[in-house]
Design a protein around this ligand. Structure first.
Ligand code: ZN
Length: 355
């Protein structure tokens, strides 16, 4: 974590914010994750000449192309494109009429979610019919939010999941206004969500000893249930787990229906909790041996708590959690809950007084 004095902060932070996670980009030159910017922009090649320098392209809903364009933030709300001399205004420009700057890391996390969804064989798990299943969908979500936005109401979009789109032209963000954040909250928002060197140590430090009563108080039904589940052939058991993928738990209340080893398997599985796909089970086991942890640990509680970390910065839950992982989960959930028209739905409910 970088430690900055106020003069450095003033130099470092731009007034342009990521359209996915809502936090500020760091100015160029900056090798940190928060300085790596991709401009998502739409380009109609039937009307305009090809643009050199894009790294990927996706078909947009209007028959044009959504481009990923590496960019750096220079001054004001200008995005200087890395390839070529072009300089465009973040969020709108005369030449590139619709564009959204995002952290490279946030776009990567969005792509991981899209990949998880493409593997999900059970379509009934779709939380919303217009949720993000491609980069083009992501672009449409941002477009829809922008067009719903109204000068007359507010520059903050605190719905549907505490996401705030920066105000156009006078780019400003209320929720992540640094003046309003505690040091702990700033640490989370500034932490690299992809490269988390203390991932394993942090998770192990969040593990609590398994309460002894959880064994003693097991009803006959639960004991029988556990035995049956654990006696399943490995292939069948993996099929059962497949139905959990990705894991969605609505309660932090431990049921103790499954044994700690099964919950540990879910933690290390790499698919059940998709935002932990880079958790190395060998490193985890080695670190367990190195630390002075109790023999029996409460994996069910940890897995449940990890799925309850909300987009809003709730620092009380899992206080020992790595700041990078907390930021990753925050961004993951922001993308996971997005859908085309989400802000419009919220706005209409607000106007009709239903929320
Ligand atoms: Zn971001």
């Amino acid at each position: 974590m970088l430690s900055l004095d106020l003069s450095e902060e003033h130099w470092l932070y731009s007034n342009v914010f990521c359209a996915i996670c809502g936090t500020a980009f760091w100015r160029h030159p900056c090798e940190e994750w928060a300085g790596k910017v991709v401009l998502l922009t739409e380009h109609d090649s039937s009307e305009l000449p090809p643009i050199a320098g894009w790294t990927a392209k996706h078909e947009s809903k209007r028959g044009a192309q959504v481009l990923e364009w590496p960019a750096v933030i220079t001054e004001g709300s200008r995005c200087q494109l890395v390839h070529g001399e072009a300089s465009v205004n973040a969020y709108s420009d005369w030449d590139l009429s619709q564009n959204f700057p995002v952290h490279e890391a946030c776009l990567e996390l969005a792509k991981q979610i899209i990949q998880v969804r493409s593997k999900n064989r059970d379509s009934t798990k779709k939380t919303h019919p217009r949720q993000v299943t491609s980069v083009s969908d992501l672009f449409e979500v941002l477009m829809a939010r922008r067009s719903t936005w109204d000068w007359g109401i507010t520059e903050k979009l605190d719905a549907p999941h505490n996401y705030y789109l920066p105000r156009e032209y006078y780019v400003h963000n209320i929720y992540y206004d640094r003046e309003c954040l505690t040091k702990e909250e700033k640490d989370v928002l500034e932490a690299d969500p992809l490269d988390i060197p203390d991932l394993v140590e942090s998770l192990i430090s969040c593990l609590q000893p398994l309460p002894q009563r959880s064994h003693e108080n097991l009803s006959a039904f639960r004991v029988q249930f556990q035995r049956r589940i654990e006696s399943l052939p490995a292939e069948l058991f993996l099929s059962v787990l497949d139905y959990l993928y990705p894991l969605k738990i609505d309660s932090s209340e431990c049921t103790r229906l499954l044994s700690p080893s099964i919950w540990k398997g879910m933690l290390l599985n790499g698919q059940i909790i998709p935002f932990l796909s880079d958790l190395d089970s060998t490193d985890f086991e080695q670190e367990l041996l190195n630390c002075s942890c109790p023999a029996e640990l409460d994996y069910e509680r940890l897995v449940r708590q990890l799925t309850q970390v909300a987009p809003k910065l709730n620092m009380a839950l899992l206080p020992d959690l790595s700041v990078g992982l907390r930021n990753r989960i925050r961004i993951w959930k922001l993308v996971q809950e997005m859908y085309v028209g989400d802000y419009g739905d919220w706005y209409n409910k607000c106007m009709s007084g239903t929320i």
